[in-house]
Design a binder for this molecule. Structure first.
Ligand SMILES: [Zn+2]
Length: 172
């Protein structure tokens, strides 16, 4: 089931999300719905607060090549446990900030720990787009957006554009 995606500014996108105590059937269903919503958008990552659920859950798939097999990744309570000194710059976007992009600098490689769909603890090193994406999505769980990493002028400009977009949508 596809879910509506919240558009910035929204107070729910500013909240620190609660840890998931138990990977229940209900949480697994939410993860599946989030993947469907992300693929449909289309996007490469989605965090639970973006669909209005304030729980520490993210989904990702950074395989972008046409015709390549999907690599859906579901992470409950994801945590960065190590970061490289080396930094990487990517032009980031966000499904909650449609059609707006900005360059963001983040560690090039990270080690991440999370709980998978079967409730098992997992750990993996990530680099390239996966590293950028996982940091972007974990930021969402802490009420942070990619525009919080850029200068105040551009952040305000993007926020004003989104307020205008929301007014237009509300008018239908
Ligand atoms: Zn985002």
């Amino acid at each position: 089931m596809k879910m509506p995606i919240l558009i910035h500014p929204d107070p729910r996108l500013k909240k620190v999300c609660a840890p998931v105590d138990d990977v229940t059937d209900e949480m697994r269903k939410l993860a599946e719905d989030m993947l469907e919503t992300m693929y449909h958008a289309p996007g490469i990552g989605l965090a639970a607060p973006q669909v209005g659920i304030l729980s520490r859950l993210i989904v990702m798939d950074c395989v972008k090549e046409e015709g390549a097999e999907q690599e859906p990744l579901v992470m409950f309570n994801p945590e960065i446990v190590a970061r490289s000194d080396e930094q990487n710059v990517y032009e980031e976007g966000c499904l909650s900030i449609p059609d707006q992009f900005a360059e963001v600098t983040r560690p090039a490689e990270v080690e991440v720990r999370w709980i998978d769909m079967d409730g098992r603890e997992r750990r993996a090193g990530m680099d390239g787009l996966w590293a950028t994406c996982v940091q972007h999505e974990i930021d969402h769980l802490n009420g942070k957006l990619f525009i919080d990493h850029i200068g105040p002028m551009k952040r305000q400009l993007i926020t004003r554009r989104m307020q205008k977009l929301k007014r237009e949508q509300a008018r239908g």
